[in-house]
Design a protein. Structure first.
Length: 237
């Protein structure tokens, strides 16, 4: 029987009971989706922090949409996929191995929607700045400092700066992230905001040049920064 005909035969109170039951079922579905998404996200984040492979539940995009709404769901689902994937395990396996590490970051960049040039630049910087993953406190693989505008977590670390042609060891305040994925997303936003020309370059040589290494306001004070990135670029498959 068509729904309209069925409802026409019911009393107003019976219709109200059906509507309330439908609302209750929908509310329960939303609660379950929220619980599933929250637990899965927390477990995936913990797996990344422990550099382990995630093996928990995997809520689908429809559950993320029920919790976050259509517009925000895509971003949240992509973040979850990155954290629930094998990226953490790949980094653990590649730690200290330049070829494996730079290629792991290159693939992460491509998965994040970067162009080939952008992904190559990010991978080379991650490998150089972190010693192929051996030195990346707070998942800051890119050596991004925490300026006055930064509202997130920070950490004070030793680093080297080139001053008057000499490498000087100093302590600086750097950004700190909860996961590698968070660090990647912030680095992408940082490049778009601070180094637009390097970010939009269509070839790697132009991208390296636009970092303006060795100059005031450059990505790095090291005047040979580009030269130090090139060996990592040669390792990319």
């Amino acid at each position: 029987m068509p729904t309209d005909a069925l409802l026409a035969d019911l009393s107003p109170s019976a219709v109200d009971d059906l509507v309330q039951a439908a609302h209750a079922a929908n509310a329960e579905s939303l609660v379950n989706a929220g619980v599933n998404v929250d637990i899965a996200s927390q477990n995936a984040r913990a797996a990344v922090a422990d550099r382990a492979t995630y093996s928990g539940g995997r809520p689908g995009p429809e559950q993320f949409a029920a919790v976050f709404g259509v517009e925000e769901a895509g971003k949240q689902f992509e973040t979850f996929k990155g954290e629930a994937g094998n990226f953490g395990a790949d980094l653990l396996a590649a730690k200290g191995n330049r070829k494996k590490f730079v290629n792991a970051f290159y693939q992460a960049g491509k998965s994040a929607g970067l162009t080939d040039t952008q992904a190559r630049l990010m991978a080379a910087q991650a490998a150089h700045e972190s010693g192929s993953g051996k030195h990346a406190p707070g998942f800051n693989y890119f050596g991004i400092k925490a300026g006055k505008s930064w509202k997130g977590e920070t950490q004070r670390l030793w680093t080297h700066e080139e001053i008057n042609g000499r490498s000087v060891r100093v302590k600086q305040v750097f950004r700190k992230y909860a996961t590698p994925d968070e660090g990647i997303r912030d680095r992408i936003a940082f490049m778009q905001r601070r180094f637009g020309k390097a970010n939009d370059a269509t070839d790697i040589d132009s991208a390296l040049a636009e970092l303006q290494h060795g100059k005031f306001g450059a990505y790095a004070t090291d005047s040979n920064y580009a030269g130090k990135l090139r060996p990592y670029l040669k390792e990319l498959r």
